[in-house]
Design a protein around this ligand. Sequence first.
Ligand SMILES: [Zn+2]
Length: 396
Amino acid sequence: MVMKELYVKIGCAMLAVCLFTFLFVFGKDRGDLRPVFSHSFKVEEKVNAILKENEAKELVANENIKNKFVYLAFQDGETFVSHFVDATTGEETDFTTYLKSGTEEAFSKKVEELLYLKYPKFIADVLNDANLPKMYQVLETELVIHYTSDSLRSLISDSLYLRVNYNDIKDYLDFPVSLDTEYEQEKGYALDKNKKAIAFTFDDGPSGALTNRLVDILEQNKAHATFFMVGNRMEYGAEVIRNVLNKGNEIGSHSYAHKNMKRQKLEDIVSGEEKTKEIYRNITGQELLYTRPPYGNVNKSIKETLDTTFITWNVDTEDWLHRDKDYIVNHILEHVSDGDIVLMHDVYETTIDAVEEVLPKLYAAGYQVVSVSELAELKGRTLEKHSLYRSLKEVE
Ligand SMILES: [Zn+2]
């Protein structure tokens, strides 16, 4: 009798060992969704506690990532919440725990680079703060970083997040990820047909340091503009012209000598335009596409004769008259709407100061500030030669 019981006990023990070994060997590698066997209880306990604590929120992810960590994500209205539980210890951790040791700085640098690529400087400066609360979303081929900023929340209604493709950070991750083979390079900020857009235009330049400062401000705010330059000033501004173009802006003609076309002989207007085009061609190797007649003055025969597209404006800041930053800022904010073309002059310090202040406000109000060509593209409009456009609204 005693011997028989002993055999049964030994039999059961062997069976248990076999089962344990089976689960340990096969359970470990197979289950991406299964906590590691030897610590499953601690991990499960922690995961359950987190689930309970967030039960009012919608669970959007509950995954064991390669037996490194359990990743839990919840959606609570607009807010995204994530938790990381170490699959070995059952301790609650943070995404940055799963960066290879010594790569934390390189990872932060990459994130910083992508932030400034996607967002205007005034937003990237805030989001780039290491102490700002962040939530990490671990997706199939990318990491999404969600940001919470009280100072920006009062300005911007859009949620603030950064998509980071694993191709860009694969060397820093301490867990295997699947890579999107189609991915080439993050392009950052992109124009959006579904968002409001207005064109900024600047007349009477190029204006040396003022124009260059304006170009920097536009660049920092992910904005572009069309510069209507005077032919006889272009000759002395070749460097500025190249800088304007290099930063994604465009240039049109503002006549050769800023004369009122309505008071000029047609042949003088034509020769002035030809001269301006040639100066521009010599500097850039490109053609001028648009003309803004000085004072917006143009008549039927000028339109029929000049081989160009005429661009005027429908929002006049009168910056030349007021020379007052606050006046210009308020005038723009109170008057612009989708499809507008705004007139300013890059020859006054107050205008440049106003642009610096108004661009973040326009971004926050959901506007894209673009060149005339970009506005036409966003609005699906083809700009015809011998025609005049005051704005690119659906109905002018
Ligand atoms: Zn002018």
